[in-house]
Design a protein around this ligand. Structure first.
Ligand code: 5GP
Ligand code: MN
Length: 338
């Protein structure tokens, strides 16, 4: 995003506008944090802003300031479609291709509003009028902070904005431990705390709200863990039956794949989660170092993401998906071998 873009966007935002802000399907902490953070900023500038999420998100995000104002497209389609049709401006946050918003794709593609993308995923599609895309960024929340700063409005960051942006930086950096965490990230976090983000409380709200059943499900996931030492690879499976046994709720499997990656010597980890409702196996992939799970997922599992964290899906059944995964590994022996 160059100076001209910033000046054009400044011009656009110089009078009150109707704005729709969109995160990706199955939104995570960064998706909800960035959209809500931007929402609070735009509202403070007298715009009419609405966050429309493609679908629901985990309960551990449902305490964030004005989270209850978020419309979920899959349950509020008529109201959402009207807002999308009439919007002057769209901000699309934390995703790189319109197919990442599921059922909203058609309505947003057909809408006349100007599209502004803010995102840190690799290989972004070219659908937006203004693109702030930077794959080196820890999180979209860090980029929203920079965006507000580039507009010359960092003094407008209040406790609500700071709290939302803190959430996404914290969750997307694995609490500030992934390599994408830079000194700039920490400086921004410092500013957000100064503006009123309560770091300890936020951490507590996100991570210390486990149900007993979620921990039992984690126990099952860990006992399903398999290691393939010759490829420095580990994977976890969860069948629909296992999810049902532990009364699975959205978000319960978030972060579980990281346990596989935490094994000594492992640099490539996967979790395969059976989803009968969507009739797919949802896949999360993680890596350490150079091995790109973004490329791996794009090549084999219709997905993508970042070098070290990506997602994808499979239309095969759970066992066939695992067999496929294992059969692909030899192609990557040079990148994976110990
Ligand atoms: P997770 O494994 O936590 O669902 O996602 C890891 C990263 O990959 C996130 O940045 C997420 O946005 C991205 N991602 C997850 N699933 C998909 C997918 O199906 N397609 C693409 N392109 N990206 C995905
Ligand atoms: Mn993100």
């Amino acid at each position: 995003m160059n100076k001209d873009d910033i000046n054009s966007i400044k011009g656009l935002l110089s009078s009150p506008k109707t704005i729709v802000i969109i995160p990706h399907k199955n939104p995570d902490g960064d998706a909800i944090g960035s959209t809500l953070g931007l929402y609070h900023y735009l509202k403070s500038m007298n715009h009419t802003a609405t966050v429309i999420a493609p679908n629901d998100y985990p309960d551990f995000l449902k305490w964030m300031p004005e989270e209850s104002s978020i419309l979920k497209y899959d349950s509020k389609k008529v109201e959402s479609d009207a807002l999308i049709r009439d919007a002057d401006i769209f901000f699309t946050l934390d995703f790189n291709a319109l197919n990442r918003i599921g059922q909203m794709e058609t309505a947003v593609t057909e809408a006349h509003g100007i599209k502004i993308m803010i995102d840190h995923h690799q290989q972004p599609d070219n659908y937006a009028t203004y693109m702030y895309s930077d794959v080196s960024m820890s999180s979209t929340c860090e980029m929203v902070y920079n965006f507000i700063d580039m507009l010359g409005d960092s003094d407008k960051i209040d406790a609500n904005i700071a709290t939302c942006l803190y959430v996404g930086i914290m969750t997307d950096t694995g609490s500030f431990r992934f390599p994408s965490t830079t000194s700039a990230t920490h400086n921004i976090i410092g500013h957000l705390i100064d503006k009123g983000a309560n770091n300890s409380e936020i951490h507590n709200n996100i991570y210390d709200t486990n149900s007993y059943q979620r921990l039992q499900l984690l126990g099952r996931a860990l006992s399903n863990l398999k290691v393939i030492p010759e490829y420095r690879t580990a994977y976890i499976t969860l069948s629909q039956e296992e999810l049902n046994t532990f009364n699975f709720k959205k978000g319960d499997t978030e972060g579980v794949v990281n346990y596989a990656l935490s094994l000594h010597g492992v640099i490539f980890a996967a979790i395969f989660i059976e989803n009968h409702q969507e009739d797919i196996i949802k896949i999360s992939l993680r890596s350490k170092g150079e091995f790109s799970v973004n490329e791996f997922s794009r090549a084999h599992f219709s997905g993508g993401g970042h070098t070290n964290a990506a997602g994808g899906k499979s239309d095969l059944n759970l066992q066939d998906t695992i067999d496929k995964f294992i059969s692909i590994l030899p192609q990557y022996i040079e990148d994976l071998k110990a």
